[in-house]
Design a protein around this ligand. Structure first.
Ligand SMILES: Cc1cc2nc3c(=O)[nH]c(=O)nc-3n(C[C@H](O)[C@H](O)[C@H](O)COP(=O)(O)OP(=O)(O)OC[C@H]3O[C@@H](n4cnc5c(N)ncnc54)[C@H](O)[C@@H]3O)c2cc1C
Length: 373
């Protein structure tokens, strides 16, 4: 029996955004399957940030931010726990070299119509007095925001443009348009959209996705300590390393007054346990920028896994060897931000509508050789 026009496998941020959309034509009824609550959406930081390391990343994140600005206030009104806040990002320059990087970044963003402002050291100290003295300045990107991603995904599912059926079930196998659940039952759709995060490799052999582990820590409530998402400019280098372990200063003020501290990146492990050495490195890095953190209580630490691809770009589009299978995977450390534009692109591709973005940089075809036919 055909259960839905599109069956979305995975109900993290990506699957939820895909199921939520008002698809162009035809009207699609989507069903999401979810093995368990969890995945990267539950573990991540929820920083909604325009990233400009390359044109494709910038296009996807910029288009997505526009949608987040529309969703955010609606989410907060319906489900305050979504905790959307337009706090902006301060990219911190620790020295003259990083300040030159901030200036180049500002020029690049402005060329794409993204408002931003360079801050000298006194202006930075005035905006964020908790930062240590001696920093060189910062770039402020005012449109960046934060959200509590697990609740945002829940809101997207609950407020979908058209009714959807959400099933809590483990998918064991995808066979053409058929989705086989672990209880032996089968669902059939017009198409299948795979948005299963790092577990997508179980259902689609040959997907070149590696888990990239990250640690986070959160403090008790200290309202007003920090007002913007603070990120060191060196983050950009660290975030894109394809091997080894790295840490970078990344601090988020939650609307509750809590401070969420990141970030670390680690390959070649799927062990979710806290790695004390990495956590300590990450916290030392944070203390280097905000020494007062040493006086605050951290109440929880945890880890999560980003789905990393070899070229750092997500895999969005049609499976090159399976006519009914569509992919929305490999968004690594930016998948909360980029879920809206990913969903818009896929909906247009599946229904044959006008594409909102050039799909080529994200196309699964670039991995046609490794994906199993
Ligand atoms: C430490 C950390 C910090 C991060 N910080 C940020 C940030 O600040 N900003 C940002 O934009 N992004 C951030 N990210 C990245 C972001 O969280 C992810 O890119 C995004 O959540 C991916 O969403 P997803 O839906 O693709 O995957 P997931 O959230 O992993 O969801 C996949 C879903 O599929 C389900 N599933 C898997 N297999 C099956 C199966 N066989 N059957 C049924 N269901 C299945 C899983 O249970 C899960 O619910 C961070 C990630 C981490 C780990």
């Amino acid at each position: 029996m055909r259960a839905a026009d599109v069956i979305v496998v995975g109900a993290g941020m990506m699957g939820a955004a895909c199921a939520h959309l008002n698809w162009p034509t035809p009207a699609c009824r989507c069903a999401c399957s979810m093995r368990r609550r969890g995945g990267a959406t539950r573990a991540g930081m929820g920083h909604l940030v325009v990233m400009d390391d390359n044109a494709a990343e910038l296009a996807l994140s910029q288009a997505s931010l526009d949608q987040w600005h529309a969703w955010g206030p609606r989410m907060n009104a319906d489900l305050p726990g979504c905790a959307y806040a337009n706090c902006g990002t301060l990219w911190i320059a620790a020295n003259a070299e990083e300040m030159a990087g901030a200036e180049a970044k500002a020029a690049g963003l402005r060329a794409h119509g993204i408002a931003c402002e360079l801050l000298d050291a006194p202006s930075l100290a005035k905006l964020e007095p908790a930062l240590r003295p001696g920093l060189h300045g910062a770039l402020k990107v005012g449109g960046d925001s934060v959200v509590y991603a697990p609740n945002a995904a829940q809101w997207l599912l609950a407020h979908a443009a058209r009714p959807i059926a959400v099933e809590h079930a483990q998918v064991a196998r995808i066979d053409g348009r058929r989705v086989h659940l672990s209880d032996g039952s089968v669902r059939e759709g017009g198409a299948v959209l795979l948005a299963a995060g790092i577990h997508a490799t179980d259902l689609c052999p040959g997907l070149p996705i590696r888990p990239k582990k990250g640690h986070l820590a959160i403090t008790d409530r200290y309202p007003g300590t920090v007002r913007h998402q603070l990120v060191e400019l060196g983050y950009i280098t660290n975030a894109h390393q394809s091997d080894g372990t790295s840490v970078a200063f990344n601090l988020q003020p939650r609307p509750t007054g809590q401070l969420l501290i990141g970030s670390s990146r680690q390959f070649d492990t799927t062990d979710p346990a806290i790695d004390n050495a990495v956590l300590a490195r990450m916290l030392r890095r944070a203390l280097d920028y905000v020494p007062g953190l040493a006086e605050l209580n951290a109440i929880r630490t945890w880890t999560g896994f980003r789905a990393a691809t070899p070229d750092g770009l997500p895999i969005i589009g049609h499976h090159p060897h399976h006519s009914d299978l569509w992919l929305a995977v490999g968004h690594e450390g930016l998948g909360v931000t980029t879920a809206p534009a990913t969903a818009q692109l896929l909906a247009a591709q599946i229904t044959g509508a006008v594409l909102p973005l050039d799909p080529a940089p994200y196309s699964p075809d670039r991995f046609a050789g490794s994906l199993i036919a």
